[in-house]
Ligand binder design. Sequence first.
Ligand SMILES: C[S@@+](CC[C@H](N)C(=O)[O-])C[C@H]1O[C@@H](n2cnc3c(N)ncnc32)[C@H](O)[C@@H]1O
Length: 240
Amino acid sequence: MQKTAPTIDRKMVVQKLLSQLGGGSYLEIGVELGQSLLPIQARQKHGVDPNPIVPMRHRIRMFMQNMFSRNKVHLHQMTSDDFFACRSSILGDSKIDVALVDGLHTFEQAYRDVLNCLEVLSPSGVIIMHDCNPPSARIAFRAHSHSEALKEFPADGDFRWCGDVWKAIVLLRSLQTDLQTFVLDADFGLGIVSRGTPTSKLSYSREEIEAMSYEDLAARRLKLLDLRPATSFNEFLASR
Ligand SMILES: C[S@@+](CC[C@H](N)C(=O)[O-])C[C@H]1O[C@@H](n2cnc3c(N)ncnc32)[C@H](O)[C@@H]1O
């Protein structure tokens, strides 16, 4: 029988990192249905979304969990910018061990979300960015919401959309000298951002990155993203 390659997704990556870091606190930017926020196990979970569509039965379960369990889950109905503007009144002195950036899929918002996450991240914390490796120009279409993108697509039942979040990776790898940033080739590209000296750097200006097109990404995907096989996540875990 033919073996399929082992694959990973954002939930597995988040959970393995949380386990390594002692199962502490998790922040998710962009919650939608709660398909990641709800199953992830952590002592403190914060989800941020201006329009979450978490079903009522799960909201009731979250309420019960907050009443009776040591593990707490908080849903903040606001944009990530608003959340970070009042972060001290929400988080106090507590730090985040693992953050998932999966909110508004424009590169400038994803980049700002990462920089803001760093302000609340524990020293050994890790930021995961979803949708960093779009497989086609259509999926990388620049829009300010999923519904805006879908209006431009043919009605063929394919709802996949990453936006131009990939450019946030190129910005991080070009402009941030104290961050290690690479992308795992799994789940539409999982950006992994942690503090440390970059293993390789890019030297594009912000203007050059803004002017890049999907064709630029397609031609130099490995280099622009530092794209690594999904299996290299185990090496990353072991190196920490
Ligand atoms: C792709 S979904 C998130 C999926 C979720 N992280 C998961 O793993 O199932 C993106 C979400 O980002 C939310 N969003 C849009 N703009 C946002 C913003 N400025 N701040 C935070 N979330 C935002 C949308 O409402 C949407 O629910």
